[in-house]
Each structure stands twice: as structure tokens, then as C-alpha cells.
Ligand binder design. Structure first.
Ligand SMILES: C[S@@+](CC[C@H](N)C(=O)[O-])C[C@H]1O[C@@H](n2cnc3c(N)ncnc32)[C@H](O)[C@@H]1O
Length: 368
């Protein structure tokens, strides 16, 4: 366990004062935690970095075929597998030992590609050690790993607009410059591409003693953003309408850690952020509708798009202008029939609320 709490200075992000933990010293804390302190998922001391999402039936055989050392070093907090990935170029930020990279590799197929980035050499060493194993098992090699900081994506040899999908699983909270991460990945997404990621959020801005606690930080809690500040950051990075896909409350089960966070509650949440310039900062009503064709192989009857949109095959459904754009300008377009246009504005789309978006039922105690 890293012994000394890092030094902090305060910076402004949106309306919040958040700590910039002398970026390099905090990154050392994180590298030590994931590189040397933890050796498998069971070493984690809270359920924050532990994915309790039920894995869909179709993905189970894909996960079962991964090398055990890769699976054992999984520290994610959600499932980052949106549909329609075949042939996609995918980037995984903070890929760790590569569990999601190898899962996504199978979904992208031989015509797609997955690039994993991580700053911790020990994590990357595990990921790279099993590249040949997975290539042989899948029958193709479409994976590569880069060592680097996700705050400095522009320093890596990655083509602007070169990715269809960027994913990340329980990493943004660990970043010391979340705005830089969002800006960098926005530049790497093609128009209509999406950032689909799981992370940890708090229901309030955390006090300095929580933000500077090395174990809370390493366990993905101390660096968690207040959810509304995340929405502000995302919007200012050019993601005008972040969509929540799923969420679950987290339990801090360790008796020594629980009192440290006081009244704060934490959530793991999966968001999808589309890189579409035409999106507005609110859901506006233009009287448009869409009909799902039922052609996404994994979802022939009902397609879950976000927490507020489940499209039933063959059913015409009213949507706001932003949802219409997200479907029409992305890889989802061939799977929908679109009706309407933007010629007549009818006001704000009904039902776009501003309250806390997460289910606040009692926290889940166990993990995986
Ligand atoms: C909670 S683990 C999640 C790993 C992986 N996504 C998974 O699901 O197993 C966080 C990972 O993010 C990496 N990481 C944290 N901050 C980073 C940064 N600023 N740049 C690059 N990698 C980072 C860590 O090295 C670690 O491997």
C-alpha cells in the first residue's frame, strides 16, 4: 500500500474545485496500486472496481475463452460492449491486463481492430504476454497495446477521427486531468462515433480528505466525479448530450474505509457519448419518430439504447431531435427507419429531467 498521501493543489473544473494531485505523484500512486499492490480482482477492498453487471448470455463463451491470467486481473466496473462492433476500430483507455480488449477483439472480428492504452507497465506486460494465445484461439490478430497516459493521447501515434468506438472501464476517475482525456478522445472519434464507458461517480463533490486518500483513490472512489460535474465536463469537451445506459449503487464494505466517505454515495454507471456536432444541449421536440427494424443480431426484439430508450422491433417510437441524430449519424442508422425532419420545432421534449439520474436503492454488497 502506498504510505504517504499525495500533495494536492486545487484547480477549477466547471463549477467545482477538484484536486490536481501533483499529477505525477498521483499517477505513481495509481501505477503502484495496479502494478504491484493488486495481483488479482479479489485483492480489491471495495466493490467499486468490480463488475456486478450480469454478463449477457451471448458474451459468456467469449469471456470463458480468455486466458485466465487476463481474466484474473480484471478491475473493471461495468460492461463496455455496445452492439454492432463488427469491423469497428476500437480504442480502450486504461485497458489494464486486456480483458476488455480481448473481448472486444472477438466482437470486432478480423476486419476490425482494438488498441489498448495503459500507463502501468506490469498491466501491459500481462496483456502483451497473451497476445499470441488469443490470436491463435480467435483465428486472427487484431489487437495492439500502447504504453501511455490517457491525458496525452495526442502524443501517441493515433489517427484523429480514426476510431468508431472508444471504451474505458473504471479509469476516468483515476485520471488527474479528466478534461484532457475527454478532449483527446473526442478528437480521435470519427463523426458519429461514440465513447461508451463505465466509471464511478459520487452524488456530491468530495472533500479533500477523501480525494487525497491513496486507498480510496486507488479503489476508484477518491477521484470519482460528482455526476453533474461529469455532465458539465462532457458537454464542454463537445459531447452535448451524454446518455446514461445503466447504473448501480456501490457498497463500501471495508469497515476502515466506510466512515471516511461520510454521507457521500457512489455509483457505477455506463454512459454513451456520441461525437456528433449537431447535437443540442437539451432534448428538443421536432415531432420525429423512428422504427427499429429488428436487425441487430444480438437484439432482434428489443434494442436497449440508453436508460430511457428501449426500441421494440417494428414499433414506431417518438424521439427527440438528439436521439434522432444519434441513431441517424451513427452505425445504428441502417437498423432504423426514420420519419420526420427538423423543419418544425415543438418546444422542449417532454420528460427530460434534471434530477439525479441514478437508482438510489440500497447498495449491492457482493461483487461479480
Ligand atoms: C481500475 S483499473 C481498470 C483496468 C481495465 N480497464 C479493466 O477493466 O480491468 C485502471 C487501469 O487504468 C490505468 N490508468 C489509470 N490512470 C491512467 C492514465 N492516466 N493513463 C493511462 N492509464 C491509466 C491503470 O494503470 C489501470 O490499469
Amino acid at each position: 500500500m502506498p504510505s504517504a498521501a499525495p500533495q494536492w493543489r486545487l484547480i477549477r473544473v466547471g463549477a467545482d474545485s477538484v484536486p490536481d494531485p501533483m499529477a505525477s505523484s498521483m499517477q505513481e500512486v495509481v501505477q503502484a496500486y495496479y502494478g504491484r499492490e493488486l495481483s488479482c480482482s479479489a485483492d480489491l477492498r471495495t466493490t467499486a472496481c468490480c463488475d456486478a453487471d450480469a454478463v449477457p448470455e451471448a458474451l459468456r463463451p467469449l469471456l470463458a475463452g480468455l486466458h485466465p491470467e487476463v481474466s484474473d486481473r480484471y478491475y473493471g466496473c461495468g460492461l463496455v460492449c455496445p452492439p454492432l462492433l463488427e469491423g469497428c476500430r476500437i480504442l480502450d483507455l486504461g485497458c489494464g491486463a486486456g480483458r476488455d480488449v480481448y473481448l472486444l477483439s472477438q466482437l470486432a472480428g478480423a476486419s476490425g481492430a482494438v488498441v489498448g492504452i495503459d500507463m502501468t507497465p506490469e498491466q501491459l506486460a500481462v496483456a502483451r504476454r497473451h497476445q499470441a494465445f488469443h490470436a491463435e484461439r480467435f483465428g486472427f490478430a487484431n489487437v495492439s497495446f500502447l504504453e501511455g497516459r490517457i491525458e496525452a493521447l495526442e502524443t501517441l501515434d493515433l489517427e484523429p477521427g480514426g476510431f468508431d468506438v472508444v471504451v474505458s472501464n473504471c479509469v476516468l476517475n483515476l485520471s488527474t486531468d479528466k478534461a484532457a482525456v475527454l478532449a483527446g478522445l473526442r478528437r480521435l472519434l470519427r463523426p458519429g462515433g461514440e465513447f461508451y464507458f463505465s466509471d464511478v461517480y459520487a452524488d456530491r463533490r468530495l472533500p479533500p480528505e477523501v480525494r487525497s486518500h491513496p486507498v480510496l483513490y486507488g479503489e476508484c472512489l477518491g477521484g470519482a466525479l460528482y455526476w453533474n460535474d461529469f455532465l458539465r465536463l462532457a458537454r464542454s469537451a463537445g459531447f452535448a448530450d451524454p446518455r446514461l445506459v445503466s447504473d448501480r449503487p456501490l457498497a463500501i464494505t471495508e469497515p476502515e474505509l466506510a466512515p471516511l466517505v461520510g454521507e457521500a454515495r457512489f455509483f457505477s454507471a455506463t454512459y454513451r457519448l456520441f461525437a456528433i456536432d449537431a447535437l443540442e444541449d437539451a432534448c428538443e421536440d421536432f415531432g420525429q419518430s423512428v422504427t427499429y427494424r429488428g436487425t441487430v443480431a444480438a437484439a432482434p426484439e428489443r434494442l436497449l439504447f440508453d436508460k430511457h430508450h428501449v426500441f421494440v422491433a417494428g414499433e414506431e417510437q417518438r424521439v427527440c431531435g438528439n436521439t434522432w441524430q444519434m441513431l441517424q449519424a451513427s452505425r445504428f442508422a441502417p437498423h432504423f427507419h426514420f420519419r420526420g425532419d427538423f423543419s418544425t420545432h415543438r418546444g422542449l421534449y417532454q420528460g427530460c429531467g434534471g434530477a439525479i439520474p441514478f437508482d438510489t436503492a440500497s447498495p449491492s454488497g457482493g461483487c461479480c
